[in-house]
Design a protein around this ligand. Structure first.
Ligand code: C2G
Length: 443
C-alpha cells in the first residue's frame, strides 16, 4: 500500500485545497492529512486563521479522499510522521518549493502546482469583518496591547477611554479615526465588540462589570480583583450576558507552553511530583510608578507561577505563604501548595528581588526545564537520568507574546464561545482565590 502525506491549515476549505488533496490521493492508496493545530499555526506567525482547529479538522475529515487526519503540533513532526506512518511520498503545493527538500532524507518529496485564483487569504479578505476593540486606560500595558494587536489580522482599535485621556491619548498611537473618551458610560455606548482593560487593580472590578453589562466581551489584565467573591460575580454576569471574559495571562496562550503541558500530560516525565516556578521583575528599574509597585509581588505576579502549578497539579488542598513585607507591601513571596494529586507547588515571585526566572517540573521518570523567562515560553527541555536522552522543544515567540492571546480571544468571539480551553473559567477563579487569600491574611 502506497502511503501519501500532506500538511496544511485548510482554513475555510476551498477548491484549491480539494484539488491538491485529490491529486495527492491519486498518487497512492492511502492519504494522511496533517492539519496544523492552532498553537503551531500561531507559533509560525499565522495569526489570520479564522476557523478553529476543530472546524478545520472536521471539514478535512468529511472528504472521502482523506483516509486519516493528524494534528500537526510542532516543527519536527513532519519527519516523525513520515517515519512512524511509513510514508512513501510527502506532497505539498509549489508555493513551498525547496522548503521541504530536507525531508528527502526520509521520503520522496513532491511539489504540486497550486490552483490559481483562489486562497484562504482571498476568501478571508472578502468575507471576514474586523473585531472592534476599545482600550481602557492609557498605561504601559495598553500601549503594548495596541502594538501587539497590530499583528493579529481582522482586528482594530476604534476607541480609547481614560479618566485623564488628554495628552495620554497620543501615546497609544491609534489610527486617526479612533475616538477618545473621558466618560466611561459614553465610551461603552460606542460601537465595539470587545474591550481591553488595564490600570489600577482596585478599579478593574467596576470597569469589567460595567463593560459586561453593556454587552462587551472583556479581556482584562490580571487580577480582576483582590476581593473575595468579586471574580465569581463577574463570571456570573458574563455567563448571564453570554459574553467572553478572559484574564490577560499571556503565558496560558503561548504555543510552547501548551506544547509543554501536552507533553507532560502524555507522561513523558512520569508522574509529576513537584513544580517550581519563579517570576521576578524589578518594576522600578523598568520605569513603573510607585503606586503600581505597591500592589506587591503577589498581586502583580503570583498568577503566572500559580497557573503552571494549577494546570499540572489541579486544585490545592493546602496553601502557605512565605512573604517578605517591607514598607507595607510584599517585595517577595513564596506560595507553597500541596495537591490531592501528590504534587508540591512552589511559586516564587518578587518585585524588589531579581532571580533566575526558570521553571522546573520534576517527575518520577525525568524533569522538564523551562529556561528564563519561562512565562514567555519559547523552549523547554525534557531531561532524564541518562543525559543523552534529552529532548529539546523550540518554538517561535514573537514580540511581547500578547498576539497569541489576542488571537485566541478573537477566535473565541468569532466562534461565539465564552470559554477558552487554554484558560478555563474554573482555572481563572482558582488563580484568583490564591490572591484573595493572601490579601485576606495580610489584613
Ligand atoms: N493550496 C493549493 N492551491 C491554493 C491554495 C492552497 O494547492 N490555491 C495548497 C497549498 O499549497 C498547501 C495546501 O493547499 O499544500 C494547504 O494550504 P494552506 O492551508 O495554505 O496551508 P499551508 O500554510 O500552505 O501549510 O508546514 C507547511 C504547511 O503545513 C502547509
Amino acid at each position: 500500500m502506497k502511503k501519501i502525506i500532506t500538511y496544511g491549515t485548510f482554513d475555510m476549505l476551498h477548491i484549491g485545497h480539494i484539488n491538491i488533496l485529490t491529486r495527492a490521493k491519486a498518487r497512492g492508496d492511502y492519504l494522511i492529512v496533517g492539519v496544523t493545530g492552532d498553537d503551531y499555526d500561531r507559533s509560525r506567525g499565522k495569526l489570520n486563521v479564522v476557523q478553529s482547529q476543530e472546524e478545520r479538522i472536521t471539514a478535512v475529515k468529511e472528504l472521502d479522499i482523506v483516509d486519516e487526519v493528524v494534528i500537526e503540533t510542532h516543527k519536527t513532526q513532519k519527519q516523525e510522521d513520515i517515519i512512524n506512518y511509513g510514508i512513501d511520498e510527502f506532497v505539498i503545493g509549489d508555493d513551498w518549493v525547496g522548503h521541504f527538500d530536507y525531508l528527502n532524507e526520509f521520503t520522496k518529496v513532491v511539489y504540486l502546482p497550486r490552483t490559481k485564483g483562489i486562497s484562504s487569504t482571498k476568501i478571508r479578505n472578502e468575507s471576514v469583518t474586523d473585531i472592534k476593540f476599545g482600550v481602557v486606560n492609557v498605561t504601559h500595558d495598553s500601549k503594548r496591547f495596541v502594538k501587539e494587536l497590530g499583528f493579529v489580522s481582522f482586528t482594530k482599535v476604534v476607541s480609547a477611554y481614560d479618566k485623564y485621556i488628554g495628552n495620554a491619548y497620543a501615546e497609544l498611537n491609534l489610527p486617526e479615526k479612533a475616538h477618545k473618551f473621558d466618560d466611561y458610560e459614553q465610551f461603552l455606548a460606542s460601537d465595539m465588540d470587545a474591550v481591553y482593560i488595564c490600570g489600577d487593580i482596585c478599579d478593574r472590578y467596576t470597569l469589567v462589570k460595567k463593560a459586561l453589562l453593556s454587552g462587551k466581551n472583556v479581556l482584562c489584565e490580571n487580577p480582576f480583583s483582590v476581593k473575595k467573591g468579586e471574580t465569581e460575580e463577574l463570571f456570573a454576569i458574563a455567563k448571564q450576558q453570554n459574553l467572553l471574559l478572559l484574564l490577560a495571562l499571556k503565558t496560558a496562550f503561548a504555543p510552547a507552553f501548551n506544547k509543554l503541558l501536552e507533553e507532560i500530560n502524555k507522561g513523558v516525565i512520569g508522574k509529576v511530583r513537584d513544580i517550581r516556578a519563579t517570576f521576578t521583575s524589578l518594576y522600578r528599574q523598568r520605569g513603573f510608578g510607585e503606586n503600581y509597585i505597591k500592589n506587591g509581588a503577589t498581586n502583580l505576579l503570583m498568577s503566572y507561577p500559580s497557573l503552571l502549578v494549577n494546570k499540572l497539579a489541579g486544585e490545592h488542598n493546602s496553601l502557605e505563604f512565605f512573604d517578605q513585607v517591607i514598607d507595607d507591601y510584599d517585595v517577595s513571596n513564596v506560595a507553597i501548595t500541596r495537591h490531592k494529586t501528590q504534587v508540591l507547588g512552589i511559586a516564587s515571585v518578587g518585585v524588589e528581588v531579581k532571580s533566575d526566572g526558570n521553571a522546573i517540573i520534576s517527575g518520577t521518570e525525568g524533569y522538564a526545564y523551562i529556561p528564563a523567562p519561562w512565562w514567555l515560553t519559547r523552549k523547554f527541555h525534557i531531561r532524564f537520568e541518562d543525559p543523552s536522552k534529552e529532548i529539546k522543544f523550540e518554538f517561535e515567540f514573537a514580540g511581547d507574546g500578547l498576539r497569541y492571546m489576542i488571537s485566541e480571544f478573537i477566535s473565541l468571539i468569532r466562534q461565539k464561545s465564552v470559554e477558552s480551553p487554554r484558560l478555563t473559567i474554573n482555572e481563572m477563579i482558582e488563580l484568583n482565590k490564591i490572591i484573595v487569600e493572601y490579601n485576606n491574611r495580610k489584613k
